[in-house]
Design a protein around this ligand. Sequence first.
Ligand code: DUC
Ligand code: ZN
Ligand code: ZN
Length: 494
Amino acid sequence: MTATNDKPFDLTIRNGRISNADGTFHADIGIRGGVIAHVAPDLPPGARDVDAMGRWVLPGGIDSHCHIEQLSGMGVMCADDFYSGTVSAAFGGTTTILSFAAQHRADSIPEVVAAYGKLAREKAVIDYGFHLILTNPDETALREHLPKVIREGITSLKVYMTYDKLKLDDYQLLEVMSVAGEEGALVMMHAENHDMIRWIAHRLLERGHAAPKFHAVAHDALAESEATNRAIALARLADVPVLIVHVAGRETVDVIRNARRLGAAVYAESCPQYLFLEAADSDKPGMEGAKFCCSPPPRDADSQEAVWAGLKDGTLGVYSSDHAPYRFDASGKLPKGDATTFKEMANGVPGIELRLPLLFSEGVMKGRLGIEEFVALTSTNHARMYGLAPRKGAIAVGADADIVLWNPERTVEVSAAMLHDNVGYTPYEGRVLQGWPEQVFSRGRCVVRDNALQVERGTGEYIARGRPDPLDSRPAASLERGRFSELVGLSRGN
Ligand code: DUC
Ligand code: ZN
Ligand code: ZN
């Protein structure tokens, strides 16, 4: 078939060294109507022609965990709206984000989803979809609203095991999981033991230990691994896949790896802060350490090694930013100025723009990850896990032309001033990175070139997602599940 005999391409990207998750090859890419029409050597020139000689041509990054224009569980508004958040993502080589439509307990789910949809529609410069954060799984939510939003394309939801205003108890988690199972949606779990954290924090504050560095003490690694183990047990009982987000600690990686060895349908994510930051970073003079505080917290070199190993061996299948942008002032990290305790600071670190450059530099360029592994962890696996494939996540005929040209020769020293988010600092200040995403295409539109944004606000598209397609097939249930599931009315929709 010579697609080249059809109308001319709108854009041809030539001489590229293309890497997908399943291989690397040299070819040109012909794009028509925002979609990849042809991938082959020696394609004819397009209306626009881009020479990718010397560049690595990769699928656009998918960031499936970022908080944009969202009110946190502590009632703090993120510093990034859908414009600054998506511009920042694009400059870092990301072409699709999945952020959160966050229900707070008094909110109606359809209203929440409509409100976030409107905000993003007016501002986003790249494509986007939503996960639902569910905090009030009452009968209406479980029987009406949740099934409806899932069928309309929000095919994943995040639930919390901690935070007073967000947490669900184990009974509620089972209820949510069973609806997710019926509807074929993916449950994302914030797994930390609420009472362990509360107990340590109380004792720390009682003794006057309020500085940012005590955040990591309160969020002990055991709180993370215990809750992860419990989340996995609940998911096995409910016979649903579960995805543990923002994995930080070695023990948690081990819990997940062991469950997967038993055949459990457990998937997991980690983030730059768990590879490149440590708890010790939050031990800085004054309040400076608040810039490094997120939940769960970065831990130590041993846990960093465990996260690298988990990304390498498939225990951790997706690498997201968990961009949670809060400014270093009263609007975010410091509601009470220098008197703010670690319990009062907004939780989260920025990373939407540096997520890919950090992993490219420290993973690919330093030989810890192959380029195909990089693509899988940053794009393809997200597309599959979250129902974006085959439209997103690969350079293939029929897929959206979401393509990034990486220059492996370019060295960049990170500074907050060069970033496009609205946070004002970066926990990665001063790091020197090798390799940079220089040209970014979203549905064939050039979004970033020559260090400048090329598109208008509101030109990103909402993606109603399909059913998640877990990365490997494994029975979700515990072995005994088959014998009782009908009795308790468990059924699976996918
Ligand atoms: N959980 C997140 O997913 N992001 C920021 C803070 C948190 O607790
Ligand atoms: Zn979380
Ligand atoms: Zn998050």
